[in-house]
Design a protein around this ligand. Structure first.
Ligand SMILES: Cc1cc2nc3c(=O)[nH]c(=O)nc-3n(C[C@H](O)[C@H](O)[C@H](O)COP(=O)(O)OP(=O)(O)OC[C@H]3O[C@@H](n4cnc5c(N)ncnc54)[C@H](O)[C@@H]3O)c2cc1C
Ligand SMILES: *[C@@H]1O[C@H](CO)[C@@H](O)[C@H](O)[C@H]1NC(C)=O
Ligand SMILES: *[C@@H]1O[C@H](CO)[C@@H](O)[C@H](O)[C@H]1NC(C)=O
Ligand SMILES: CC(=O)N[C@H]1CO[C@H](CO)[C@@H](O)[C@@H]1O
Ligand SMILES: CC(=O)N[C@H]1CO[C@H](CO)[C@@H](O)[C@@H]1O
Length: 416
């Protein structure tokens, strides 16, 4: 008998878990609050370990309209080279990792996952129900209550409702409080054609190319630039110190900001970068507030995945990748023959597979890479034995969650 799986939230993490569990032969229902009419977001990193997972699920790479990332270049705020290209082909060779490394628009990735979820596997596909907002989850009974009063019962519940998760409270017993990290982020996209027809930004484009990530770094603020959608759009994320007198709010992905504020924030940057800011369209403000992660990812029949479990900030470009890793681990742990009685034990192995790794990436992602020693103490409060990874590329690229889950499962079965 297949398991009845209910997934709360159809973001990247929820769709990923749904695809993995449908491929195992389970009956998967996804409840999504929105109608996907205004799916937003800028570009997103899809690192080698995430592309590996997408490939194993049969996600259509063409549909991602991705740009293959070749390198990361670090510049100062005057657009002078600082450390030269950080990632070259050689580094990939030294890590022995050759899976694709993509830069893609979040909407393209989301659409590609939706298409994969709609594909039938052995006569079954994921059932996604839109306009279905979940009000609460009972983790022990496996009951999800919708805002319209309907209740739905499952053998396995996946809490994939993101940064502002409600299902997390079914695990922790409290509403996750947001804390300021002292940083905010402007996000916007500019058509590359528009940048090419402006003398200042055309010069900048020529310098940085369209095949990688470029970071322009001043001591307390930075601008990150990379292409997506086949190289026709440039994505900009600009991180700067937040105003400590402004209280942390439940900021949404839809909050807007003004070009004037953007220009003021980067007035000390070189004319080419200021021009880039001036050409911005539809600037969004992402308040980089952080929610404390829960002490466990599982309780009763409920497993948290993605930002609900580990609300990850953008410094490592790993938020999306970690959400997909959660899904592939679940897929490895719930083969077709799994019975409802086995769910709780399997979930404790899921927690073991993912907790330390995802929390390490999450905590390290709160600060720029060069400052990661600063978060060691905080990391130790969640993962006492954790070390700050010496090389974040090696750490975040050499993660094989499906294999790890299978190894832990085999060990647990030898020693029940
Ligand atoms: C609109 C949007 C824009 C984003 N833009 C960017 C970006 O530009 N760059 C970046 O790095 N990251 C962005 N992210 C975050 C990024 O997608 C996540 O960090 C990462 O993909 C983890 O995915 P997730 O599935 O855990 O969370 P999310 O992708 O946030 O998905 C959570 C899903 O759950 C749904 N949901 C929430 N509450 C409920 C409820 N009560 N009932 C039912 N459904 C619910 C939401 O509508 C959403 O679809 C964005 C997220 C969203 C939702
Ligand atoms: C409530 O929402 C669910 C999920 O979308 C739907 O199946 C159900 O018919 C709705 N019930 C009512 C009373 O509107
Ligand atoms: C999940 O893992 C964390 C970290 O190892 C641990 O503290 C917690 O107790 C685990 N939860 C369960 C239910 O095993
Ligand atoms: C996607 C990716 O490779 N993420 C990060 C891994 O680690 C390096 C080094 O800290 C980051 O700069 C990458 O962005
Ligand atoms: C989780 C996952 O996809 N793991 C894969 C990571 O990549 C290696 C080799 O590229 C595979 O063997 C793993 O299965």
């Amino acid at each position: 008998m297949p398991l009845k799986v209910v997934v709360v939230g159809a973001g990247l993490g929820g769709l990923g878990a749904a695809i993995a569990l449908n491929q195992c032969g389970h009956d998967v229902l996804v409840l999504e609050q929105s109608r996907f009419l205004h799916e937003v977001g800028a570009a997103i990193h899809v690192a080698p370990n995430a592309t590996r997972i997408l490939e194993s699920w049969g996600v259509d790479f063409e549909a991602l309209q991705a740009v293959r990332c070749k390198q990361v270049q670090i510049w100062d705020e005057m657009a002078n080279p600082k450390w030269g290209p950080v990632i070259t082909k050689d580094l990939r060779e030294s890590l022995g990792i050759y899976d694709d490394w993509f830069l893609t628009h979040r909407v393209d990735l989301h659409n590609a996952l939706r298409a994969a979820a709609a594909k039938e596997v052995d006569g079954k596909s994921v059932n996604v129900r839109l306009s279905s907002r979940v009000a609460s989850v009972d983790s022990e009974a496996g009951v999800v209550k919708l805002e319209n009063g309907t209740t739905i019962t499952g053998d396995l519940i996946i809490g994939a409702d993101g940064m502002h998760s409600k299902s997390v409270s079914a695990v922790t017993g409290e509403v996750g409080k947001k804390e300021s990290t002292g940083q905010n982020c402007f996000r916007f996209l500019i058509p590359v054609s528009k940048l090419r027809s402006n003398a200042l930004t055309a010069t900048l484009l020529e310098k940085i190319g369209l095949d990688g990530v470029n970071a322009f770094i001043a001591p307390d603020r930075r601008i990150l630039v990379y292409p997506c959608r086949g190289g026709s759009l440039l994505n900009i994320a600009a991180i700067f110190p937040s105003d400590p007198s402004v209280p942390v709010t439940d900021s949404s992905w839809f909050e807007s900001a003004s070009i004037d504020d953007l220009l003021k924030t980067y007035q000390r940057f070189c004319p080419e970068l200021r021009e880039l800011c001036r050409l911005a369209e539809d600037v969004k403000l992402w308040s980089l507030a952080c929610r404390c992660p829960p002490r466990t990812f599982v309780k009763g029949k409920l497993a948290l995945v993605g930002d609900a479990a580990h609300p990850t900030l953008p410094h490592q470009g790993q938020g999306g990748a970690q959400a997909l890793e959660d899904g592939v681990a679940l897929g490895a742990l719930f083969p077709q023959e799994t019975t409802p009685e086995q769910v709780s034990k399997r979930l404790s192995i899921y927690n073991k597979t993912r907790y330390d790794h995802a929390i390490t990436v999450m905590i390290v992602s709160k600060v720029p890479s060069d400052l990661r020693e600063q978060v060691l103490e905080e990391l130790h409060t969640y993962v006492p034995t954790a070390e700050i990874p010496e090389d974040m590329y090696a750490f975040n690229w050499s993660s094989y969650p499906a294999q790890k889950a299978l190894d832990l499962l085999a060990a647990a079965e030898m020693d029940p």
